[in-house]
Write a protein that binds this ligand. Structure first.
Ligand code: TRP
Length: 325
């Protein structure tokens, strides 16, 4: 089970870091992927853009290979049991603990005039999402580790107080180390909040992709045979490894090692390979976005699937809690 916040556009880092994991998981597990529209209300109370944003996230994930027939792909607010479980879990959540959560403290710093209770209990809602399906494996990045630890705390409190209902959820990843997609500005990784020019979005037009790639930092080239690559050059090679063929990569490796590399050519090649990679995904995203009927059907089907699992869990929860009059 995992959740995706409907804020902003997906980029190459999301693709190689998260979505590829989801797409692989759908073959091996019973998966629940959810668009976290309720979570977005904690920071974005204005809902004018919400529907468009939810549609975009759905379209992007489907275009990347998530199959709504294989997984339950649904929208959080359409599965009402989420809110019920959130309420019960709130009674097992101590405000002192929640106040110490790193993400909460960050948000307090970022928007001191909107420190609402929903922000404080963000991890409780996330625990509800996971426990609703009694999920064990949660594909998330490092920044969500603390939230998962909180979810495990509630599992233990609940099971201890009311009886064994939930398994403990853990972060899941196929590879030992997560794939890092370097930013185009020479250091760090791609992210939606950083410089937009340093991040390739799946929605970027061909010319935008070319322009961004051509701006990547390089230098005059190595001066000694087989020298070590500076970080920003290593990053260009890393990006190439994501989308270019092995022959292309070894050509530029050789050129680098014998000091004949021309970074202009390398970036041109990288730009074209990025275009080849992103353009079909972008095309699919737009196709899906234009088909509102299909999106409606996807959401309906997803909510129905998630509802079955949610209802079964809530039955157990109410029985365990003695709320079955
Ligand atoms: N908090 C997650 C994020 O910021 C999104 C999320 C909401 C989530 N509910 C979840 C992730 C449940 C995993 C499981 O990215």
């Amino acid at each position: 089970m995992s959740g995706i916040r409907p804020t902003g556009f997906l980029h190459l880092g999301n693709y190689f870091g998260a979505i590829r994991n989801y797409v692989k998981m759908q073959e091996d597990y019973d998966c629940y992927f959810m668009v976290a529209d309720l979570h977005s209300l904690t920071t974005h109370p204005d809902t004018k853009q919400l529907k468009d944003n939810v549609h975009r996230v759905l379209a992007e994930n489907i275009a990347c290979g998530l199959d709504p027939d294989k997984v339950a792909l649904y929208c959080q607010s359409q599965v009402f049991e989420t809110s019920e479980l959130y309420l019960y879990l709130n009674m097992l959540a101590y405000t002192g603990e929640l106040g110490k959560t790193v993400t909460f403290k960050d948000k307090v710093r970022q928007s001191p005039d909107n420190i609402n209770a929903g922000l404080l209990t963000y991890p409780v809602l996330m625990a509800a999402d996971i426990l609703l399906h009694r999920a064990k494996y949660v594909p998330v990045g490092k920044d969500q580790e603390q939230h998962l630890e909180i979810a495990r705390t509630y599992v233990n409190r609940f099971n201890h107080r009311y009886g064994e209902v939930f398994p403990e959820p853990f972060a899941f990843n196929y590879n030992q180390q997560l794939v890092k997609v370097p930013s185009l500005n020479g250091s760090g990784k791609m992210s939606k909040s950083e410089n937009q020019m340093a991040t390739l979005f799946l929605a970027d037009e061909d010319d935008v992709i070319r322009k961004k790639v051509m701006k990547t930092k390089t230098d005059a080239g190595p001066q000694e045979l087989n020298s070590q690559k500076p970080e920003y050059i290593e990053n260009v090679f890393s990006l190439m490894k994501l989308v270019s063929g092995d022959d292309v990569i070894s050509k530029f490796e050789n050129d680098y090692n014998n000091c004949s590399i021309r970074y202009g050519d390398m970036k041109k090649q990288l730009a074209e390979d990025m275009v080849q990679f992103i353009a079909p995904i972008r095309g699919k995203i737009n196709e899906i976005l234009n088909d509102k009927k299909y999106l409606g059907e996807v959401m309906e089907k997803g909510a129905a699937k998630a509802g079955i699992s949610a209802k079964a869990t809530m039955q157990l929860v109410r029985e365990a809690m003695g709320l079955n009059y």
